[in-house]
Ligand binder design. Structure first.
Ligand code: SF4
Length: 316
């Protein structure tokens, strides 16, 4: 018997998750309700992003802050396409076989950064395990193009873990970003479930090595909470990050993108974020941002200035 395949059916965004049972999202508490995006600034940002044929993590990851960020033209570019080779259980970015690298993309990103008038830009990417260097050369070229087109803009890269990609990190750091960010995302005990393709100690080592390669660099990492981690596990991650000499920690609430994604176990109340922030500050981070809607690139420009001030204060 022949099997009929409907070639016109839309490709699922996360093919690997289709067989999973549905988990309806927990109703959101009042502190997580946000205004729908829409303002002249939002429209202008969207028009510039589209005119340059770019992807943003703001849209692809369904970030709740898109309305407020884009109103101020703060878009976080996502390079190397919109399809990720990993299949993390928390992430809304589409997964599957990616397209070929677009060699003109670094130039277009730089041109959009200049047009948006960004003082500080965050560049992130999908995971590209299919590329020999994980896309490190593309990151480096994007940094160089931005330096040319927008010389006063400070640059933050939020990279994949470059697992099993020798010399990849070195290529990125040699291009001279101002901030190197790589998110641990969750506590080590949840890696198998939440980041099955990643290794906790590889991610930690990446952050440590970035600082070893360039002591002037600010390093940064982020955690999501509400996935079932304990407070002790979060505190242990803080210690691990300090041991790796990471400067800046962000902590935000995990939100479930679809019923096929990992479930939200708990909405962490704002006062618990305040308490985590105090603990992290006491451990010696230069900066800590912790709130339900904190995301790695949220207020990244203001945070960069605060990092500079904090480091100057510390050396004085
Ligand atoms: S927080 Fe980051 S990802 Fe979210 S909308 Fe703002 S810039 Fe984009």
């Amino acid at each position: 018997m022949a099997t009929l395949i409907d070639t016109k059916a839309p490709r699922p965004r996360h093919p690997e998750k289709q067989a999973r049972s549905d988990t309806p999202a927990l109703p959101k508490p009042a502190w997580l309700r946000i205004r729908a995006p829409g303002s002249p600034g939002y429209d202008a940002t969207r028009a510039i992003v589209k005119a340059h044929g770019l992807h943003t993590v703001c849209e692809e990851a369904a970030c709740p802050n898109i309305g407020s960020c884009w109103e101020q033209r703060h878009a976080t570019m996502m390079i190397m396409g919109s399809i990720c080779t990993r299949a993390c259980a928390f992430c809304h970015v589409a997964t599957g076989l990616p397209h070929d690298l677009d060699s003109d993309e670094p130039r277009r990103v730089a041109s959009a950064v200049a047009e948006l008038g960004l003082k500080h830009v965050v560049i992130t990417s999908v995971d590209r395990d299919d590329l020999a260097d994980g896309g490190a050369a593309h990151f480096a070229e994007t940094i160089r193009c931005i330096r040319q087109a927008a010389p006063d803009t400070t640059i933050e890269v939020l990279t994949p873990d470059f697992l099993r990609k020798a010399e990849a990190l070195e290529k990125v750091i040699a291009a001279g970003p101002d901030v190197f960010n790589h998110n641990l995302e969750t506590v080590p005990g949840l890696y198998v479930k939440i980041r099955p393709g990643a290794r906790y100690f590889q991610s930690l080592r990446l952050l440590q090595h970035a600082k070893e390669l360039d002591r002037r660099l600010f390093t940064k990492s982020g955690l999501m909470v509400g996935l079932g981690e304990t407070r002790d596990e979060i505190v242990q991650v803080m210690d691990d990050l300090r041991h790796a000499d990471v400067d800046f920690l962000t902590i935000g609430q995990y939100l479930q993108p679809t019923s096929k994604h990992a479930e939200v176990k708990r909405y962490v109340p704002p006062e618990e974020f305040d308490s985590l922030k105090r603990i992290a500050e006491a451990k010696g981070f230069l900066l800590v941002a912790a709130s339900p809607l904190t995301r790695s690139s949220h207020h990244a420009g203001e945070h960069f200035k605060q990092l500079q001030t904090a480091r100057q204060g510390k050396s004085a």
